[in-house]
Design a binder for this molecule. Sequence first.
Ligand code: HEM
Length: 132
Amino acid sequence: MNRTVPEPRASLYERAGGAQAIEKIVDRHIDLVLHSEACRTLRVLYTKDMSRYRTRMIEYVSGFLGGPVVYAEKHGPAQLHAYHRNMVITPELRDLWFGCLTQALTLEVPDKGVRRELASVFWSMADSLTNA
Ligand code: HEM
């Protein structure tokens, strides 16, 4: 019998467009957090060097979406829940953060289906980091 073995599905990282796409999404997200009128209450939380944040976000999101596990290799396990417990993340802040993320996806990811999948995994993470 001639059975065809299904191709393994490409990771969300690959389907989103790989390293270049992740950089664009993170850059756009940061730009919106820092400059959008709505995000004044969110951006006061970002007290450290944004270039360090940018690098770490790109490193983390790469592995988070099934691509190279850069963050853990460079810095050890991410422990994002412990990290974000140092700040008070209300549902309102979560929604502002996620609003910037979905705008970034709309601007940087042309494929609607991939965009929806990305929004879904980021939402789960953002919601799980909400602690107030
Ligand atoms: C729920 C809304 C969120 C808020 C309000 C928030 C806020 C922040 C803030 C203020 C920082 C630190 C910046 C600083 O120290 O100046 C940070 C760091 C970080 N966040 Fe979030 N975040 C949120 C969701 C997320 C999500 C969904 C992810 C991942 C998908 C994420 C990944 C990271 C990473 C990787 C860092 C850097 C950690 C490090 O320094 O090693 N955050 N976040």
